[in-house]
Design a protein around this ligand. Sequence first.
Ligand SMILES: Cc1ncc(COP(=O)(O)O)c(C=O)c1O
Length: 462
Amino acid sequence: MIDARNARTGPTKIGLDESEMPTQWYNLVPDLPSPPPPVLHPGTLAPVGPEDLAPLFPMDLIAQEVSDQRFVDIPGAVLDIYRLWRPSPLYRAYRLEKVLDTPARIYYKYEGVSPAGSHKPNTAVPQAYYNARAGIRRLTTETGAGQWGTALAFACAQFDLQCEVWQVRASYDQKPYRRMMIETFGATIHPSPSNLTAAGRQILAEHPDSPGSLGIAISEAVEVAAQNADTNYALGSVLNHVLMHQTIIGEEALLQLAKVGEQVDLIVGCTGGGSNFAGLTFPFLREKLAGRMSPRIRAVEPAACPSLTKGSYAYDFGDTAGMTPLMKMHTLGHEFIPDPIHAGGLRYHGMSPLISHLYEQGLIEAVAKPQRECFAAGVQFARAEGILPAPEPTHALAAAIEEALRCKESGEERVILTALCGHGHLDLPAYDAYLSGSMVDHELDESAVAQAVAHLPAVPVG
Ligand SMILES: Cc1ncc(COP(=O)(O)O)c(C=O)c1O
């Protein structure tokens, strides 16, 4: 039962009609006080141009990557597919509030209703659409826990594209059901590092038991795309156009909160490469920069892979083998292989350059959390709200719960918004490890961080 303090004062699920679904993505860059530093060609160290990116991406996405338009129309074919699960619900977590006995009001935007079970199809669908329109026949990609690989496999099936996925070995072994789902959508999947690429063979020669990393899997997928004219590469996070596609989450959340007359005080989201965090928060940041609201915005990353809170802000490669352009970002070094924590989607050595820039500008905050605290929050959330979160958003839930308990101490009635960016139905071995007591925390101490960033590429400052 809900007592008077947490009594239901409005809807539990705040929905939007399909006709209310936003029809434009939002590009934050033109609204920023200063633009992020340019992406550099690793050979010349000059800013990259469209021709440098053309072997991997179609021109429509390259244009979006460097766009100076604040809003970009979502193509009709993409909107049609979005309608399979969008608009997604915004929930008021009445039951969690009650368990925590907090005066805070907690809202979560739930992206687990998508075909892949996460926010990832919001960008997989437009990426497949623009590639198919450009005449591309096959997309290659990396995946961590498997959410992104599933999303791209689904999107490719919608546009008759072949799809080839390299899944980080640790997750491939921990989460076998994602492979089956990816194959059901018609894609091919390999554990990474694999013997199929030069990048994979080089890692295996040095480390035959390598658990893999997102950086290695990216190298493998990029290598295959760069060598085949009918094949492009699709990235599930990090890049500006990916973050922009995700902003439909925050645009919907703004409309939903307006329906119940709420002003948000704090937004928390987990960050791997930063796409769900950006998707939820960028529309709110626009409103904040325009002086229309003033939420604090907090990124939550794993203590085992703390790129924002402990990494260097420096130019680095996006992949382990050093095939991508150089991006200025918070990074633990492209050679860093994070411990095999269960939130596979957060095991990335870097952070999106745009989010790194916001952090440098003081526009967002960041904290790092160990996985057992996150799973404790995930279990508490599941028991109260009935949704089993993916391991990645348990990081955001841990931070939301921490804030709600602070409100309990102070008596403040804060409004907290978080991104429940995926369900964990195919991540059950992670819950098993937590519940059986076999899960361990991995934290990077200062000397491990210093070692990790020791091999950053030399780029003259200027
Ligand atoms: C459910 C879920 N959340 C979060 C992430 C992390 O990625 P990003 O920071 O791009 O949202 C992933 C990545 O695979 C994911 O699957």
